[in-house]
Design a protein around this ligand. Sequence first.
Ligand code: MOS
Length: 702
Amino acid sequence: MLYARIIQSTIPHGIVKSIDAKDALSNPDIKALLTCKNDSSIWNAGERTHERRIFTEHVRFVGDAIGAVAATSRSSAQEAVDKIKVEYEELPAVFSIDDALDHPSKIWGDGDLIGPLEYGFGDAPAVFNSNGIFTVLEADYSTSRVHNSPLEPAASLAWWEGDKLTVVAATQGIFGCREGLSRDLNMAAENIRVISLYKGGGFGNKNSSMNYDVIAALLSRLSGKPVMVEYSREEEFVGVHGRWSSRQHLKGAISRDGSLLAVDMKAHCDVGAYTRHIKAGRFVEGPENYYSCEAWHGEVLGVYTNTPATAHMRAPTGPQSCFASESFLDEVAFRLGMNPVEIRLKNALTKYQNSKSLTSNHLKDCLVLGADRFGWNRRWKPESEKTTENGELLGVGVALATWHSRLGIGEAIVALKSNGTAKVTIGVVDIGTGAKSTMALIAANELGIPVDSVSVVWGDTSFCPFSIGESGSRTTSFTGAAVREAASKVKRKLVSLASGKTEAPEQSDVERRTFNKNSGTNYFDISHLMKSAGLDEISEKAVTELTLPENQERLSFAAHFAEVRVDIETGEVKVTDYLAVHESGEIVNPLTARSQVRGGVVMGIGMALYERLIIDPSYGSIMNSNFYSYHLPNIVSIPRIAVEFLSSDDPLGPKSLGEIPIVPVPAAIGNAIFNATGVRLRDLPFSREKLSNELMVLKKRE
Ligand code: MOS
């Protein structure tokens, strides 16, 4: 096997004039070299609105891939990369939204903007001009570039047998990865096998096919050997992608009783040199997903800059949008002297975009239950009654969130053996969410056998049925529905075969009785039934596709409550108590569901207090591409996180849960900081410096 290293651009914007690799290639350990001068492969998923090369002659950020080397050892490969001389013709570059708006660098020839994307409903200008408006409030919010930071950096291993390619990929979805490889390599998907079993996290930056998967395949084809590409931590920060930054201007028309009548939002998002975002243009969403109002107008612009690419990260549009919306509503409450929970109950969404009904709606219930469990009315004090304890200011905050809960295709195979065990075959992978265990649980419940009697095989396109992949909070509802259906088919088939009739027994009888011996006399004995049917195994495949009823929308709901303590001298914020209340339909696997929520809250705490990719203002490179200077929350920054799930009457089963827990966190913490200090921070993260400066200003004013 060979090891590959990627040759990255050292300038932010320009054209590669020449690549001199003579020196580097004199080492016999070097087995293959590909560059933008001899390979023009396209990375189709690498950019949504333009064509992106795997190796580019037109480099657009410090770190853009211009070539790759495969060698017999990691050190030889790195040495070759260091020895390769690249000559560039430099072009003007931009590193921020303002830069790009003032002097576009024509990163894509046709300007640096994506959009504007305009959307909304109702007649916002008319509402802003109508009577009955008590006040119009405006505010600006901004959020930073942050990184997915999976503990395992990117890696991919590829080899060829004839014209058949096998890739062991660290992907969130084996079928998406295979589809992308088939497009990029221009070969039939049947000739590609993608295997992915376990990986150390993804959080959105390992979905679809990645350039390093293609690079491993290209270098392997050239060298005739298996090739593994591995990223260092620094390359992971620079060469993969993170969440884009945003600047959002919100303007709301408010009635005297605290109702939002109309909202106007204008946003700019720095998407870096490339965007892999699935719906290029929709980089933030506004309060229309949380509140009912008469009219809503949003305008969103993506701005290309000569900085590393951006794309999906857990709830791609979520936490930055919620931060603006939920801080804004908190500001409205303060202006009107209202309790933050009351104003949310007043405005909480009843119809989606004022027109569609929801399959279920427990947004208000999340707030009510959360306020009760958290002791909101006892703990929340108006800002005039500041609470101090040991030189720390104490405050509480609330934020709510919704998230899309999509429906779609699932496939699964369930096989039942005469010894009472079952095997589930599914195309999911394990990125740490426990998806495969959840699928086993669904099969066990449906068959009525213990979960330890169920084995699972997963993560290999050569024998697994299709799965959507671990992205978009979809596995439990998409693939889970197929597992349930396949298990149910197995049960019905066995009973019908054993009963010696050609027709299945009464549906009600199958539903009532299980294979579970603990359910008294009301069970089917598997080995007995199998024997009488003369069978050793029954295997069934199910393909399911749940769809939304017409004119309905399906959302998941959450209300989060945070307590913070702020050190008056240093501005340090500690989150000291946290409650997350969620309604996500049927909770199939309570253990992993709770873990998802806690994980999302931890990531949200990072985004709220610590995380920011620092972009060098004169070169566009990332200055903190390591865990020493890019701060993730650690165990001392995490409070007790209580999680509550509301039972649901949603008719379509489990809803999304993977992404929503990160969404309300920065807003809830920001609102708690305001409650503690009277300082409204509108720029993420809430660093110690920012808060201590603001506290100093306040002190002087007093
Ligand atoms: Mo996700 S951000 O849908 O992998």
